[in-house]
Design a protein around this ligand. Structure first.
Ligand SMILES: C[S@@+](CC[C@H](N)C(=O)[O-])C[C@H]1O[C@@H](n2cnc3c(N)ncnc32)[C@H](O)[C@@H]1O
Length: 219
């Protein structure tokens, strides 16, 4: 999200190294998840690398997205596709043919690159568009808010886009052991509102020592 340090993101070289070299120099790697990645995620990393694009969700968040997507039918949406890594993680979790994923990316070159990953996949639609074009395509069973623009993803702006029982995922928080949460010396009102709004049951989950994610289920 804008205004937050981007340290939660990992460099593509690290991600690929983790994916392909579980044992470095004969030692166990220090990740707490299986080192292999779903094929569709590897494809997304290849596309990202060719595009020189390195701003994507970290694998820990990706695994969370896949797990959540595995619980969903209906339409899932992502605001901010980037090069399709988060979309690929969502897709890797989808079960059956009922679920759909629609994702919007403002940058047409990135959207085109991401669309390539899912060219033969009827269940994924990549739009080269502002995410506001998705406002009338809901309600969504899962919404991954990752467009780096916190002012646009307040609870009030998002609540009606989610079906009852639907899940919202907000990425890229820095863990904070204070209440109200503080980011860069100021109260993080976005995080505070998402964690306290009566319309959702929400929790902040640390996906790594330096990164957390908010998951909120609509009541
Ligand atoms: C952090 S990246 C997305 C990473 C992606 N979700 C992933 O996990 O691989 C944020 C993206 O949001 C896009 N973006 C920013 N504002 C947007 C908007 N209003 N509508 C659609 N995309 C937007 C940016 O161009 C950027 O590519």
């Amino acid at each position: 999200m804008v205004g937050r340090p981007r340290i939660a993101r990992q460099r593509i070289s690290q991600a690929v190294r983790h994916a392909r070299r579980p044992f470095r120099d004969g030692r166990l790697d220090t990740v707490s998840h299986p080192p292999s990645l779903p094929e569709i995620v590897n494809r997304a990393f290849d596309v990202s690398r060719r595009a020189g694009y390195v701003s994507f969700c970290r694998n820990e968040t990706g695994r969370l997205l896949a797990m959540l997507a595995a619980t969903r039918d209906g339409t899932m949406a992502e605001f901010g596709t980037g090069c399709g890594v988060g979309t690929a993680w969502l897709r890797s979790g989808v079960r059956g043919e009922k679920a759909r994923i629609v994702t919007a990316e403002l940058n047409p070159k990135l959207a085109e690159a991401a669309a390539e990953i899912f060219r033969d996949d009827d269940q994924v639609e990549v739009l080269a568009a502002d995410w506001s074009t998705l406002l009338d395509r809901g309600p969504y069973s899962l919404l991954f808010l990752d467009s780096e623009e916190p002012t646009q993803v307040s609870v009030d702006a998002i609540a009606d886009l989610v079906e009852d029982g639907g899940i919202v995922v907000l990425d890229d928080f820095t863990p904070c052991e204070l209440w109200p949460p503080i980011t860069q010396g100021r109260v993080d009102t976005l995080r505070e509102h998402w964690l306290t709004d009566d319309r959702f049951t929400a929790v902040e989950v640390m996906v790594a020592p330096d990164a957390s994610t908010i998951i909120a289920t609509k009541r």
